[in-house]
Design a binder for this molecule. Structure first.
Ligand SMILES: CC(C)(COP(=O)(O)OP(=O)(O)OC[C@H]1O[C@@H](n2cnc3c(N)ncnc32)[C@H](O)[C@@H]1OP(=O)(O)O)[C@@H](O)C(=O)NCCC(=O)NCCS
Length: 170
């Protein structure tokens, strides 16, 4: 299986914030943003693996900035590392200024997707070869995040999380 670049899975979804998607402060609901990010991440995972993909975990979400009603929101997702059957997807959320058109980063998130066959069994996927500096940084840190996610899910013993242990030994 040939390795792929993050650009081959990059997925961009741009949409407005409508009144039905806001909270009483007229800002975008967190759940609505999670759904948009899940959709973009799912497309990115499918583009990388060309398989059926399922969300295995949401590893990290930071709601750093509120997104007001009427905003133009862009969700950008790409595979940041591929393991055997699982992929880490890094998602950046941007809000566009109405007058200048300048985009500012509002939020980010990291999801894990798993490629499965028709019976739901995890299946091998292509490797990922990062190209840009930021892609390399995200790739490097992904194994640590995978181990943390597995430890928190009770699927890995803390003693086996070598990358996490190395963090505390530095
Ligand atoms: C995701 C799912 C396929 C994993 O099944 P599983 O029996 O745990 O399979 P495995 O233990 O072989 O794990 C498969 C891969 O997922 C990874 N994985 C599983 N749980 C994980 C977690 N919480 N965090 C990070 N990675 C995880 C494993 O490390 C493994 O990765 P690798 O093959 O790249 O090394 C299974 O739990 C599932 O189908 N869940 C429901 C998914 C779903 O319906 N999502 C929509 C939300 S309702």
């Amino acid at each position: 299986m040939e390795a792929k670049a993050p650009s081959e899975s990059r997925t961009t979804l741009t949409d407005l914030v409508l009144p039905s998607e806001t909270n009483p402060l007229n800002n975008l609901f967190g759940g609505e943003l999670l759904a948009r990010m899940d959709r973009a991440a799912s497309i990115a995972a499918r583009r990388h693996s060309r398989r059926i993909v399922v969300t295995a975990s949401v590893n990290h979400v930071a709601f750093n900035k509120a997104i007001p009603l009427g905003s133009v929101v862009t969700v950008e997702a790409a595979v940041s590392r591929a393991f055997k059957s699982s992929m880490e997807i890094y998602i950046d959320v941007w809000v566009e200024d109405r007058e200048s058109g300048r985009r500012t980063k509002a939020n980010e998130a990291i999801y894990t997707f798993v490629a499965v066959d028709e019976t739901g069994t995890p299946i091998q996927i292509p490797a990922l070869e990062p190209e840009s500096e930021i892609e390399k940084q995200r790739f490097e840190a992904a194994l640590r995040r995978k181990q943390l996610s597995l430890v928190l899910a009770g699927k890995m013993k803390p003693a086996e999380a070598t990358e996490l242990k190395a963090l505390f030994e530095e």
